[in-house]
Design a protein around this ligand. Structure first.
Ligand SMILES: Nc1nc2c(ncn2[C@@H]2O[C@H](COP(=O)(O)OP(=O)(O)O)[C@@H](O)[C@H]2O)c(=O)[nH]1
Ligand SMILES: [Mg+2]
Length: 340
């Protein structure tokens, strides 16, 4: 049995390719519109992708000789189910087509598995897309800055981590707030700092930042908070760049915090704004408030960054976990399969 993908500007063109390569008796498994690979894809150009197979026996199959009647009614039930499930979770369409193709490949076109969804296969495919950060054991000296739009939970996340590492792991923890706009965001930090017995310093410019970094040089962990003014704040990103890249801080970890509740189109815009700071890990916050979970997949795939932590509530300490691919993939698949 052979399973292959063919492309064309139109369905007819793609099917013609199938016929030429696999012959008239090939079967169509899936027809979908996908973003064109390569540079043009960035400008929204699409093409038709046909997944076809030779020598399989499957009753929902459609021979290339019969004409294609639109993409309903042709997909085998398991594939329709995947499409429905992931669409409901607002997983990005391009990612859904990747998942479906991987599912077909993983099952080798096995007719039972195309009829009835094998959730274990689906979970393992999604797990493969949710890259997580394994480089977070915080042994040795750790310096980490948290960046992202206002209100996503940067300060809360820092306080959760600071209290955990100070109380549970007995580390010397300090917090620096780069309150560039003198927004008063520091108050919450100061209060918690007192409660948790963690030193908190505010800095207003790069020189002060350098001094405080030096002052805290013996600390095991220094968390650096930041506060922008608006969601599309380019000036803030520029200023942050100066903070991050003027003085070399060895092994500085840059966490981009994104709320799971925001829609993916908006998140892409945020990422485009922040990527010049070269974040190396993601924190996905507010999972408890997210109606759909698609961002757990969309984000690591789109940004090519691993997820470090996920947060799921307002409690300090608490409501934060190291991201685990398997667990997150199961969360997405199982809640849908069970609720059916
Ligand atoms: N439901 C929920 N709320 C959160 C979570 N993390 C933070 N928040 C809340 O979101 C609001 C903004 O948080 P804050 O840390 O000030 O965001 P920042 O502007 O990025 O520093 C506060 O009301 C937090 O309690 C979370 O994981 N789940
Ligand atoms: Mg804040």
């Amino acid at each position: 049995m052979i399973i292959k993908k063919f492309y064309g500007r139109t369905v007819e063109e793609a099917i013609k390719n199938v016929k030429e390569n696999l012959g008239e008796d090939a079967s169509l498994l899936l027809v979908q519109k996908v973003k064109k690979k390569g540079l043009l894809g960035f400008f929204g150009a699409t093409e038709i992708e046909v997944t076809a197979a030779k020598d399989i026996s499957f009753e929902v199959q459609e021979r290339v000789t019969t004409s294609y009647k639109g993409d309903t009614g042709i997909d085998p039930p398991a594939l329709s189910k995947i499409k429905r499930l992931l669409t409901e979770e607002e997983v990005d369409n391009d990612i859904i087509s990747t998942v479906i193709s991987s599912y077909i490949e993983a099952t080798g076109g096995n007719q039972i598995k195309l009829k009835e969804l094998d959730t274990n296969i689906l979970i393992s495919i999604i797990k493969g897309l949710i890259k997580t950060d394994r480089n977070q054991n915080y042994t040795g000296k750790t310096r980490a800055i948290f960046i992202g739009p206002p209100g996503v939970g940067k300060t809360t996340t820092i306080l959760k981590l600071a209290s955990y590492y100070s109380a549970e792991e007995n580390k010397n923890v300090a917090i620096i707030s780069t309150d560039i706009y003198r927004s008063g965001a520091i108050e919450q930090l100061k209060i918690y700092g007192k409660i948790l017995n963690i030193p908190v310093e505010t800095v207003f410019n790069v020189r002060e930042f350098e001094k405080v970094i030096h002052k805290f040089k013996s600390m095991d962990i220094v968390f650096i908070d930041s506060a922008g003014r608006s969601k599309r704040d380019k000036e803030y990103v520029e200023l942050l760049r100066k903070f991050i890249y003027t003085i070399p801080i060895q092994g500085l970890k840059i966490y981009l915090v994104i709320s799971a509740t925001d829609n993916f189109t908006y998140i892409k815009e945020i990422y485009e704004n922040y990527k010049i700071l070269y974040p190396n890990s993601l924190i996905i916050s507010k999972l408890d408030e997210a109606v759909t979970l698609g961002n757990l997949v969309n984000l690591p795939v789109y940004t090519n960054l691993p997820i470090g932590y996920i947060t799921d509530g307002q409690n300090i300490p608490g409501n934060i976990e190291l991201a685990k691919s398997e667990k997150l993939a199961e969360l997405i698949v199982k809640r849908n399969v069970i609720s059916e």
